[in-house]
Write a protein that binds this ligand. Structure first.
Ligand code: OGA
Ligand code: NI
Length: 353
């Protein structure tokens, strides 16, 4: 049976977080529990840099809307991933978010561990890897996970150190929510659905985020920050700092998404794949690590509320294209997503008709 590890465990030499393994124990070899079997290693020499589309959202609310909606639709259909510029999130909001994340991960171990938990049902928690209760091999990542919509239900749980954490993160959440809603409308339209169709399927809506921290790694070719996976939510809006690490699978080849300042990376999640009845694919992606630089990435996971019932849009179900998935609640999906520990890359198979 899984037990909850508490901060008290840090009094032993075993570190809960990768960041403390690196900074306190100054290791120069990967501990065995992080090492992948040879067949599962990242093969970092064989990576393409032919990147994903970059879409300018400047015209999304003007006379050229249809052109931008078309570009978004094409990117969703063929890549499942795109980058956006002129997205409406102020540069200062982005900088404050990255800086506060960096400051958070630089706090002393005992200060950070105040929010530590390995229980995926907790709405605010610092943890490591993916789900240490169910996985067999650990990943080179620490992360602070926050639920952020409706913000007033969760903000009182968030860290108060650094002092401006709640203010900066709340501002960032509001702006990325606005962006997510605009993208969801455009994606809905691009599928030939009413502009508000997808938004109306999400119950009272949900928004989570992660502050991912990938410390420098002594042997990056033996492990992952995050192994190949699809995102279980509706769409993800990812901010990364200036260190590369995200890779996307295209035609069997891993493609690096190298950082472009002040842009966001948007990807289709499993719920969008279901709603679109497989027209848009939730694409495999992974995070690799490097031996020199720490890396921060901040995904916003826009999602249905737990009670929302998700299924293929009736308009996209025809005799030729029958419903690929059954209907389910997002709560049911979310439980499966966390419990498999990323051992399988996606949980969509479990919800097929
Ligand atoms: C994730 C994810 C990629 C990255 O957190 O789901 O895919 O670049 N992160 O950190
Ligand atoms: Ni992901």
């Amino acid at each position: 049976m899984a037990t909850t590890t508490t901060a008290a465990a840090t009094t032993t030499s075993k570190r809960l977080l990768v960041s403390d393994l690196v900074s306190q124990d100054k290791i120069n070899q990967l501990p065995p529990n992080f090492i992948r079997p040879i067949s599962q290693r990242p093969n970092l020499q064989n990576i393409s840099h032919d990147s994903i589309p970059l879409i300018d959202l400047h015209d999304l609310h003007g006379p050229n809307r249809a052109t931008v909606v078309h570009q978004i639709g094409q990117a969703c259909r063929h890549h499942g991933f795109f980058q956006v510029k002129n997205h409406g999130v102020p540069v200062s909001t982005i900088h404050n978010m990255i800086n506060i994340a960096r400051e958070f991960f630089r706090l002393l171990e005992h200060e950070r561990l105040k929010t530590y938990s390995d229980d995926p049902t907790k709405t605010t928690r610092l943890s490591t890897s993916f789900n240490i209760r169910t996985e067999k091999v650990a990943n080179w990542r620490d992360y602070l996970r926050l639920h952020c919509h409706p913000i007033e239900n969760y903000i009182h749980e968030w860290p108060t150190n650094p002092g401006s954490f709640r203010d900066h993160v709340a501002e960032y959440c509001r702006k990325t929510r606005e962006l997510s809603l605009r993208l969801i409308e455009a994606i809905s339209e691009s599928l030939g659905l009413e502009r508000d169709y997808i938004g109306k399927q999400l119950g009272s809506h949900g928004q989570h985020m992660a502050l991912n921290y990938y410390p420098p790694c002594p042997q990056p070719d033996l492990t992952y920050g995050l192994p190949g996976h699809t995102d279980g939510n509706l769409i993800t809006v990812l901010l990364q700092d200036d260190v590369a690490g995200l890779q996307v699978l295209r035609d069997g080849q891993w493609v690096a998404v190298d950082p472009v300042p002040n842009t966001f990376i948007v990807n289709i999640g499993d719920q969008m794949q279901v709603l679109s009845n497989d027209k848009y694919k939730s694409v495999l992606h992974r995070a690799v690590v490097n031996c020199e630089k720490e890396r921060i990435s901040i995904p916003t996971f826009y999602c249905p509320s737990p009670d929302a019932v998700i299924g293929p849009a009736p308009k996209l179900v025809t005799d030729d294209q029958p419903a690929v998935y059954r209907r389910f609640t997002y709560e049911e999906y979310y439980d499966k997503f966390w419990n498999r520990g990323l051992a399988t890359e996606s949980c969509l198979d479990m919800f097929m008709n």
